[in-house]
Design a protein around this ligand. Sequence first.
Ligand code: AKB
Length: 314
Amino acid sequence: MLEKIVVIGSNGQIGTELVTELRKNYGDGNVIACDIRRPDYDIKNAGPFEFINVLDKDILNQLFRKYKPTQVYLLAALLSATGEQNPKLAWDLNMNGLLNVLELALEYKTARLYWPSSIAVFGPNSPKDKTPQYCIMDPNTVYGISKLAGERWCEYYFQRYGLDIRSIRYPGLISWKAAPGGGTTDYAIHIFHDALKKGSYQSFLSADTELPMMYMDDAIRGTIELMDAPKEKINIRSSYNLTGMSFTPEVLAEEIRKHIPNFKLGYTEYDQRQAIAASWPKSINDSQAQQDWNWKPEFNLSKMTVDMLINLKK
Ligand code: AKB
């Protein structure tokens, strides 16, 4: 079948790399990048680009009518830290954006829909270590609440209407190509930039704040592997737990010092993101993804650190 793939939120940290990879696999002309902002990189020149506000149902409808996509990736969202600055906008974008796309995917018979969830669906009473797929979930950020509600909508659309929707609960994503978009885990990217530029970094998370993380190469590969997996293998229609590694700022700094021996890590005054991080898991159990669609990360802390430093130096 000839695939027509629409990526909504193509300018973000994930979208930038996902569009490039999908275009390699399916051909430039078959992957339509869409965002509310003009792309400032070569996505626009490589293939089709459409300005889309996911909250504008008419524009969204025109997009579906024009391309009749076989696959849709909905990535447009406000993340945890920016979400806390504007809770109503975060709820509106994260929730109504999803509901608009779910409705249109059904109407235009989109074969497969991808929507990202996050470790933010867990909360202070969720188990912290090796957090399982199913457990107490009491998120206390608007981002986490919207992601948990979104997961329930996704499962509802699968069970009630048979919509083939697939999802991953991303941990913090570490990448060098595009800037991160206002998350709590962004320190793990800023630290590399500052290590190379200044030889030091002031972390807004405390030394012992352990969080689950993943290198972007693994996240993109995992996302496409999940979308390519046979339907009968997908047993989770809310969202799959997934992880690559877990570390604290101090452990990451130690790893960076293997390459930049004089690197210094300091800490800022208390930051609201500390409370968000404290409510999240330290590590994730992703055995269900391993079982169902053979998930396996390729990047651990040392391999990721080498790759980040090589690419950022360029
Ligand atoms: C954030 O920090 O908000 C995101 C996430 C874990 O979903 N990176």
